[in-house]
Design a protein around this ligand. Structure first.
Ligand code: DAT
Ligand code: MG
Length: 145
């Protein structure tokens, strides 16, 4: 059977260790669902160095990479694949700007995040930033999908 409906898009969302520690994993899932996106898979995971090196390959050589990986290994992350039309930009919009101090109120980072005076920005969530990144990241975190 054929359909004229445009293909659904998928994105990788991570609730980072700060979000899981603070009990905000459910709040992030709530916002994704309230926006109307579908949860494809949700899994609490302890990320390995190898996985994080691949995940953050675009930041190789930057001064914050080592503290970023250390932070991402400091506790479990909730790995989520969400689906819907334009979900990649839609979740980035829900997440807000990288720096939680200036992220707009109403966004996850703006409402729930702050600066803790650390070397790496702790900003509660990750969301893929392009269709290419989403495909690469979903393949890394969920090779079976
Ligand atoms: P985003 O998570 O908004 O896509 P990014 O991909 O540029 O941002 O960076 C990945 C993470 O690294 C980001 O969520 C927080 C941290 N980070 C980015 N820039 C930083 C900086 N200049 N100093 C410290 N941490 C930084
Ligand atoms: Mg990014």
């Amino acid at each position: 059977m054929t359909s004229d409906a445009p293909a659904q898009q998928r994105t990788l969302v991570l609730v980072k260790p700060d979000g899981v520690r603070r009990g905000l994993a459910g709040e992030v899932l709530r916002r994704i669902e309230a926006k109307g996106y579908t949860l494809v898979t949700v899994e609490l995971r302890q990320a390995s160095d190898e996985l994080l090196a691949e995940h953050y390959a675009e930041h190789a050589g930057k001064p914050f990479l080592a503290p970023l990986v250390e932070f991402m290994r400091s506790g479990p992350v909730l790995a989520v694949v969400a689906e819907g039309h334009r979900v990649i930009e839609g979740f980035r919009s829900l997440a807000g700007a990288t720096d939680p101090t200036v992220a707009a109120p109403g966004t996850i980072r703006g409402d729930l995040g702050r600066d803790w005076g650390l070397k790496v920005i702790q900003n509660l969530v990750h969301g893929s930033d392009s269709p290419e990144s989403a495909a690469r990241e979903i393949g890394l975190w969920f090779p079976a999908l």
